[in-house]
Design a protein around this ligand. Structure first.
Ligand code: FAD
Ligand code: NAI
Length: 473
């Protein structure tokens, strides 16, 4: 006997659990299926983001930043510390506790919103007798006319070098290294490479990052990327660009990576641990997509239109398993929009105003177009930059690296992009997102009163800089 629902959501990451809650808010009878297990084998909803992504990485970034401040910045404040040490086991236990709070929070939200949760792998079983689809989870069969696929993504391995999570690590292993490695290698200087590299460098590891591309953070505004590269290099992060990774040998003594540098010279890098962070791939394994003829592309992503509709009427897909940036907030927005479309409303996701944040120190955040994109498009623009060096709050914080940069249309002054490298960029970027959503001009921001002293004054000043009239620089 199958259990009947209005909507079945497969996957309880940020895309899935938010879709389920929004659909329940809209009055639907909703089931959400997720297979993630905690250490006891129990349910751990929240997906990659909660279990091995956004949340645990930010917990470790915070712990390691405290350690670095205690070791290097406290003295400037007149604070003396003797015998500074790091208890990695305790740091990891704190991180695990934060993950568990988030898992429990989602289970609570499901109860509160009357979403029926199933722990196990959901797979399409075929068409339901009365219309819609049948989805199997363990021994149970669920049916619904609307199914939302939110099965996320998994780390991409280097061909011939599978993750063993002992020495060759994906994001999963990278977040539970039990002791600070003496030497840590990372392949890929993308978001994970920089965040995880920062964590273990701050704790004392000698970190080398090998990146295939000749440019550092190619998707980031060039001026911002250059500033960030300078800061990371000064901190001691060794980033080699334009390398070609060859054979990787892993044994008891560690990992040996053969590579050629940008000039073609051969090298060997010996490390205790190697994190491979070369991107992620959509996860449709176990979904049994073929049972219903759900179309996947060559990368295994579910093919969707601009509104997350698949080739099957009544089946939708959101988040990392579909095209677009692999970001938790993008997945959430798509989840909400799909639930609203199912209810006949006009859910909407604006891809032009999705913010990006890299939680290193300095943080890097941006929204909209980069200077190089505007140049390539032949768009006439004005730029305004304000350095944190000239911001009083940044000086008081002792964190003056970086800048805020505005790009605005040359004629209309509409904001086209905002790029920040510096303290609390992750929080500052929200103002720019709001401004762009409301199609604000740089002058709009320049005319708004910002609290003093605050980092946000740098945002106002960068907007003033577009019109070449900064007040404090
Ligand atoms: P996921 O979070 O991957 O969730 C999918 C869920 O579905 C999982 O629980 C999976 O087990 C389950 N599942 C899969 N198949 C089935 C099935 N057949 N049946 C039942 N369940 C199934 N993004 C940010 O925006 N900010 C960050 O700071 C950030 N940091 C990150 C740090 C790291 C180290 C990593 C790896 C990623 C980070 N991301 C970050 C990206 C973010 O985690 C993803 O974009 C986000 O989790 C995608 O959400 P999702 O719901 O699409 O998929
Ligand atoms: P990424 O796409 O950010 O970076 C991968 C890097 O690896 C690229 O620079 C690429 O050129 C390089 N690369 C690819 N193949 C290589 C090879 N063979 N040798 C050397 N370098 C190679 O991917 P990453 O860091 O794995 O993260 C995956 C995704 O997870 C991100 O794109 C992002 O969507 C998400 N994420 C988001 C975070 C955030 O929002 N703060 C944090 C961490 C992850």
């Amino acid at each position: 006997m199958s259990k009947s629902f209005d909507v079945i959501v497969i996957g309880a990451g940020p895309g899935g659990y938010i879709a389920a809650i929004r659909a329940a808010q809209l009055g639907f009878n909703v089931a959400c299926i997720d297979d993630w297990k905690n250490h006891q084998g129990g349910p751990a909803p929240g997906g990659t983001c909660t279990n091995v992504g956004c949340i645990p990485s930010k917990a470790l970034l915070q712990s390691s930043e405290h350690y670095e401040h205690a070791g290097h910045a406290f003295a400037d404040h007149g604070i003396g510390l003797k015998d500074l040490s790091i208890d990695v086991a305790k740091m990891l236990a704190r991180k695990n506790q934060i993950v568990k709070q988030n898992n429990d929070g989602i289970l609570y939200l499901f109860k509160k919103n009357k979403v029926t949760f199933f722990h196990g792998r959901g797979s399409f079983a075929g068409a339901a007798a009365g219309g819609g689809f049948e989805v199997a989870v363990g021994d149970e069969k669920l049916t619904a006319r609307q199914v939302v696929v939110a099965t996320g993504s998994v780390a991409r391995a280097l061909p011939g070098t599978p993750f063993d999570e002992e020495r060759v690590l994906s994001n999963d292993g990278a977040l539970r290294i039990g002791a600070v490695p003496k030497k840590l290698g990372l392949i890929g200087s993308g978001v994970i490479g920089l965040e995880m590299g920062s964590v273990w460098r701050r704790l004392g590891a000698e970190v080398t990052v090998l990146e295939a591309l000749p440019t550092f953070l190619g998707a980031v505004d060039e001026q911002i990327a250059k500033e960030a590269h300078k800061a990371f290099t000064k901190q001691g992060l060794k980033i080699e660009l334009g390398v070609k990774v060859g054979t990787i040998k892993s044994g008891k003594a560690g990992v040996e990576v053969e590579y050629t540098d940008a000039q073609g010279a051969a090298h060997q890098l010996a490390v205790d641990k190697l994190i491979v962070s070369i991107g992620r791939v959509p996860n449709t394994q176990g979904l049994n997509a073929q049972a219903v003829g759900l179309a996947l592309d060559e990368r295994g992503a579910v093919v969707v239109d601009a509104e997350c509709r698949t080739n099957l009427p009544g089946v939708w897909a959101v988040g990392d398993v579909v095209r677009g940036p692999m970001l938790a907030h993008k997945a959430e927005e798509e989840g909400v929009a799909v639930a609203e479309r199912i209810a006949g409303q006009h859910g909407h996701v604006n891809f032009d105003t999705i913010p990006w944040v890299i939680y290193t120190s300095p943080e890097i955040a941006w929204v909209g177009q980069t200077e190089q994109q505007l140049k390539a498009a032949g768009r006439a623009y004005k730029a305004g930059v304000f350095p944190f060096m000239a911001n009083g709050r940044a000086r008081a914080l002792g964190d003056t690296t970086g800048m805020v940069k505005f790009l605005a249309d040359a004629a209309s002054d509409e904001i086209l992009g905002v790029h920040i490298v510096g303290p609390m960029a992750s929080e500052l970027i929200s103002e720019a997102v709001v401004a762009m959503e409301f199609k604000a001009s740089a002058e709009d921001i320049a005319r708004i009163c910002h609290a003093h002293p605050s980092l946000s004054e740098a945002t106002k000043e960068a907007a003033l800089a577009v019109d070449k009239r900064t007040l404090n620089f």
